[in-house]
Design a protein around this ligand. Structure first.
Ligand SMILES: NC(=O)c1ccc[n+]([C@@H]2O[C@H](COP(=O)([O-])OP(=O)(O)OC[C@H]3O[C@@H](n4cnc5c(N)ncnc54)[C@H](O)[C@@H]3O)[C@@H](O)[C@H]2O)c1
Length: 337
């Protein structure tokens, strides 16, 4: 059984503690937060866990195999670096770090020390995205043509990061998982509506080359919650609606067929016809993505399974976030990744 410690017990950390405590493969031996109030609140549910306000106490414990970091983004690099230098495997929240340079250093350090570095790109572990990835890999959708992802709601406005760094890592990680590469270029436009606060609504346009384009809309201001991810392919298209618990994925055998013909005057014309076939909702498991992530983390450490969302992917996602930041600062100029 792996002995783990969770640093950061704010909004998200307790979900990690719960899954680590429940899994038969891991033990939540330490909980750590610099706020004594958070330690008390979370510690009340996990009395067996030792408590620390200072991460150094956790890192000094030779019994700890792995450290899970759920603190604000600006702290990810220093904490993950210290944990890796202390010889611990690391599971870090998204995004991996606040800059690509920091992400690269963590990726290299983990590799050099032979330690697992996993990023909590949690949606990759959801049964819906797993199925979607299978459909793409099996060629069932044909060539991907476009992706349209909307992740908007009345969100928890963050103070240290804007909405792009907060929400878009999810979409970028899903797309990275499906297409396996960074886009050639990014255009980002966003605005802040809170008097000089962080950008709270943004649109990203990503050009992946080979005809594939992706659009991502993220916002903390929408009165309605939408989590929809549409992937259009040359053969079929898939709608992933994370809020539709009964039918999260729908595969549409619909699209257009374009053929060429000669007009009566002998000119070449494009003929467009519409294909309107079945709509199928594949059966999906109901497992909690975070539980599957914890399971995968244990597999990476104990069985040398290659990380699904390791340092390489974490770095690619941060590189796109940085390019988006540069584009937005330049009022939507197209920026190469
Ligand atoms: N994967 C997901 O779906 C998901 C969802 C929400 C948040 N997150 C990520 O989780 C991380 C935390 O987000 P949150 O919303 O829980 O933030 P939060 O502000 O609610 O909690 C952060 C906690 O970390 C503690 N902390 C900060 N610096 C520390 C340090 N140096 N040592 C010890 N404790 C420290 C704070 O006291 C606080 O309790 C972020 O990286 C965020 O992007 C991921």
């Amino acid at each position: 059984m792996l002995t783990t410690a969770v640093i950061g017990l704010g909004y998200w950390g307790p979900n990690l503690v719960r899954n680590l405590a429940v899994s038969p493969r891991t033990r939540a031996a330490w909980i750590c937060d610099r706020s004594p109030g958070r330690l008390d609140a979370v510690g009340a549910h996990f009395p067996a866990a030792a408590r620390a306000e200072d991460p150094a106490a956790v890192l000094a414990d030779p019994e700890v195999d792995a450290v899970v970091i759920a603190t604000p983004v600006a702290t990810h690099h220093a904490l993950a670096r210290a944990a890796l230098l202390a010889g611990k495997h690391v599971l870090v929240e998204k995004p991996l770090a606040a800059t690509a340079e920091q992400a690269e250093e963590l990726r290299e350090l983990a590799e050099r020390r032979g330690l697992v570095l996993l990023v909590d790109h949690v949606f990759l572990y959801s049964p819906a995205v797993r199925k979607l990835a299978q459909l793409v890999a099996a060629g069932d959708l044909g060539e991907p043509l476009f992706i349209d992802s909307v992740r908007i709601n009345l969100g928890l406005v963050q103070h240290d990061v804007d909405v792009v760094w907060d929400l878009a890592p999810h979409d970028l990680a899903i797309i990275d998982h499906l297409v396996g590469r960074v886009p050639d270029s990014v255009v980002a436009i966003g605005a802040s509506h809170s008097g000089g606060g962080p950008v709270d609504g943004a649109h990203l346009h990503l050009d992946y080359g080979a005809g594939l384009h992706a659009a991502i809309h993220v916002s903390w201001l929408s009165p309605v919650k939408i989590r929809s991810f549409l992937l259009g392919g040359t053969r079929r298209s898939v709608l992933y609606n994370d809020l539709d618990a009964a039918e999260r994925l729908k595969v549409y055998d619909r699209g257009i067929e374009v053929t060429e013909a000669l007009s009566p005057e002998g000119r070449r014309e494009l003929l467009v016809s519409y294909r309107s076939g079945d709509v199928v909702a594949p059966r999906l498991d109901s497992a909690e993505p975070l539980a599957l992530l914890v399971e995968h983390f244990a597999d990476c450490i104990e069985k040398d399974v290659p990380p699904l969302s390791g340092g390489d992917q974490g770095l690619r996602v941060v590189r796109v976030l940085e390019a988006a930041q540069r584009s937005r600062a330049a009022a939507g100029e197209r920026v190469a990744v």
